[in-house]
Design a protein around this ligand. Structure first.
Ligand code: NAD
Length: 251
């Protein structure tokens, strides 16, 4: 599954314990040049520096996926510097653990702006280049919350946005399959990162582990390994698909 000289953008990959960094690591290990793009530029710079120190190829860029201008500027910049974009991983995401009666318009719009519209902006921005080169791999971070509801961790706005990502990916996958471009999604269960860590007491964490058939939370690597496969050349005949990564908690 060599990705030598492939240019990959991973959105939201500037968080030290996040899934995005783990995805970037798996792509870089396989030889890709990885763009660590995050709304927190400092986090992205730290991750990219760590990669370069380990002999991987990475650059850090500021990106706000909710801004069409920011997305367009990043894609133009990477196109200028590297001449192409082969892989996009739509990983940036946020959640708010709100119950339905608590959700305000502002919170609804913010959740959709990052988790859904961000996927639309980034996908739309990279597609012209991918169509021209007749090659592309796009992988989206949806969630088990989009399939069965998110419980305390998600909120109905988060579940709706993550379900929206699945439909979006299937529709675009049909449109661009003839150009050698695939769009797939992963639907992780409970993964041990900052997004979930802040929402659990140690007792709650133990309880949740016992409810998972695998008896452990997922790791960022569990998710990254599946994404690396979907982003590889070998996965060229898989499109519009979703892979559950949840230790058996939802089948
Ligand atoms: P995280 O909070 O560790 O990382 C999210 C990253 O996105 C951060 O680096 C953050 O700075 C960045 N980001 C936020 N808003 C942004 C914006 N507007 N533009 C660019 N970057 C932005 O979260 P994580 O747990 O690593 O989650 C990564 C993805 O996986 C998310 O889409 C999340 O919804 C999804 N997911 C996570 C879990 C889980 O259990 N952790 C489960 C299912 C799905």
């Amino acid at each position: 599954m060599s990705m030598k000289d492939r240019i990959a953008i991973v959105t939201g990959s500037g968080s030290a314990r996040g899934i995005g960094k783990a995805v970037a690591t798996e792509l870089a290990k396989r030889g890709a040049i990885v763009v660590i793009a995050d709304i927190h530029l400092q986090g992205a710079e730290t991750v990219a520096a760590e990669f370069n120190d380990s002999g991987y190829k990475a650059v850090a860029r500021h990106l706000d996926v909710t801004s069409r201008e920011s997305v367009a500027a990043l894609v133009a910049d990477i196109d200028r510097e590297f001449g192409k974009i082969d892989i996009l991983v739509n990983n940036a995401g946020i959640t708010r653990p709100s119950r339905i009666l608590e959700i305000t318009d502002e919170e609804w719009d913010l959740i959709f702006a990052v988790n859904m519209k961000g996927v639309f902006y980034c996908t739309q921005a990279v597609l012209p280049g991918m169509i021209a080169q007749r090659y592309g791999r796009i992988v989206n971070l949806s969630s088990v919350s989009g399939k069965r509801g998110g419980g305390v961790f998600g909120g109905s706005h988060y579940s709706a946005a993550k379900a929206g990502v699945l439909g979006f990916a299937k529709a675009v996958a049909r449109e661009v399959a003839e150009y050698g471009i695939t769009l797939n999604s992963v639907t992780p269960g409970l993964i041990d990162t900052d997004i979930t860590g802040g929402l659990m007491t140690p007792e709650r964490r133990e309880l949740l582990k016992q409810e998972i058939p695998a008896k452990r939370l997922g790791t960022a690597f569990d998710v990254a390994a599946a994404i690396a496969f979907l982003a590889s050349e070998d996965a060229g005949y898989i499109t519009g698909e979703e892979i559950d990564i949840n230790g058996g908690s939802h089948m």
